[in-house]
Design a protein around this ligand. Structure first.
Ligand SMILES: C[S@@+](CC[C@H](N)C(=O)[O-])C[C@H]1O[C@@H](n2cnc3c(N)ncnc32)[C@H](O)[C@@H]1O
Length: 423
């Protein structure tokens, strides 16, 4: 019998997995945006959602509010506490999903990128917009809008789309940026000044390394990016240099000395360098270094008075030769990114250590040399050296008064230890 309207039988339409759970989640999330939800969220402080107090908080609040609203508010309050690591105090006004927070670009990096968009697109009229393919909870979209760059975020997941919408509203940015729930692959970049994409690199089964397994896949994103005048695509810092499209500028970014990500700048957003390392530094302007096309590989020489450890972004961007040239330095081993020099010169791109002793690596010899220097606090660094550092630290048993840095590396096939101190 054909099914018709009014029939008690309803047509069955298959839904994607998680569909009904999502609808419940979205309804609970929307509840947070009502006056009651806002009042409830405002009432919950960080101390209320601590592991030890959470249950008591939940039962106290359930006496006055519906259980699903309390559940959503507690989840959100806990995510805000976690979100402070990436977003600072802004996290207390933002909305997250657990996955959205995990995947979001940290504010320092998003601000840096947003400034570059603003510098390149800011003056364009009518106002230039950026199509953000897979905008997540809006880490990048918000940062660009706050820098005055308009945009349209596209997000496949309905709950995440609702969350990013709430984030734009929390910062009164709806006039600058909007959100469309849908598939990035179906979007038309026509009319936008640029495309931005930060494809997901995690699936339910964990981290993905193949760019075609990114969500959306890198190929899809690059094809759409190629249809806009300019584009920026965030990729894993470990992206092989061969995978960088011709004509693109690849920028590796570190924050506080830790490499956070890489981005490919394409079309009219690319600079006139193929590779750049940018170091974000708290309370100071970012330091940025670009490739010198005329520079050959750095010279190779024996250890000199200072050892410089280049920032990870410099190493990933293959700019060690550029830093070595600025220090009149050399490499002790051409495959290992430790620079050695007789000069002590301040550079944001590498950290200097004074070399006090160099010896072939053997636990007994290193222990004796550290003892001779009355070593107490010991920092161990290694590059090109296989071995269990924590086990070695136990074996070395340093109990003196001096602070030392033990650098473990190799020169050719010879494992080598350098005893250093901060310069
Ligand atoms: C890494 S996150 C983006 C994070 C964002 N840049 C931020 O800072 O918050 C990638 C997002 O793309 C979404 N996504 C995955 N495939 C998509 C597709 N085909 N169309 C639209 N969005 C998609 C995911 O749901 C996820 O929220």
């Amino acid at each position: 019998m054909p099914l018709s309207r009014g029939s008690r039988n309803v047509r069955y339409t298959p839904r994607p997995p998680g569909h009904y759970r999502r609808r419940v989640d979205i309804a609970a999330f929307q509840g947070l945006l009502t006056p009651e939800g806002q009042a409830l969220l405002g009432e919950i402080g960080a101390a209320d959602v601590d592991e030890r107090t959470l249950l008591a908080t939940a039962s106290r609040l359930r006496a006055r509010h519906p259980a699903d609203l309390v559940g959503a508010a507690l989840t959100q309050a806990r995510l805000r506490v976690r979100g402070r690591a990436k977003f600072g105090a802004d996290a207390d006004r933002m909305y997250f999903t657990p996955q959205g927070l995990e995947q979001a670009t940290r504010a320092s990096v998003a601000r840096h990128r947003a400034r570059r968009f603003a510098d390149r697109l800011g003056g364009r009229s009518p106002r230039a917009t950026v199509l953000d393919l897979g905008c997540g909870i809006g880490g990048d979209l918000l940062a660009r809008a706050r820098a005055g760059v308009g945009g349209l975020g596209v997000e496949l997941d309905p709950l995440t789309a609702a969350v990013v919408r709430a984030n734009l509203s929390a910062f009164a940015l709806e006039d600058l940026a909007g959100v469309r729930q849908g598939d990035a692959a179906a979007q038309d970049p026509e009319g936008h000044a640029a495309v931005f994409a930060d494809p997901g690199r995690r699936t339910a089964r964990g981290r993905v390394f193949d760019p075609e397994a990114y969500l959306p896949p890198l190929g899809t994103v690059l094809a759409l990016a190629g249809r806009a005048p300019g584009a920026c695509v965030k990729v894993a810092p470990g992206i092989p240099h061969e995978a960088v499209p011709p004509g693109a500028e690849a920028e590796w970014i570190s924050d506080g000395g830790e490499v956070k990500e890489a981005a490919l700048w394409l079309g009219d957003l690319a600079g006139d360098t193929p590779r750049r390392a940018t170091l974000l530094r708290q309370d100071r302007e970012a330091a940025t270094l670009v490739a010198d096309p005329g520079l050959g590989p750095p010279p190779v020489a024996g250890w000199r008075r200072y050892l410089y450890e280049p920032d990870g972004a410099v190493v990933r961007a293959h700019l060690v030769a550029e830093v070595a040239a600025g220090l009149d330095g050399a490499l002790a081993d051409p495959r290992i990114a430790y620079i050695t020099s007789d000069l002590l010169r301040a550079t944001p791109f590498a950290r200097p250590y004074e070399v006090l002793d160099v010896l072939p690596f053997a636990v007994k010899r290193v222990r004796a040399a550290l003892r001779a220097q009355r070593t107490g606090n010991l920092t161990i660094k290694k590059r090109g050296f296989a071995g269990d550092v924590e086990r070695l630290r136990r074996d070395l048993r340093t109990d003196g008064t001096e602070e030392r840095v033990l650098v473990l590396t190799r020169v050719g096939d010879a494992p080598t230890a350098l005893i250093c101190r901060e310069a």
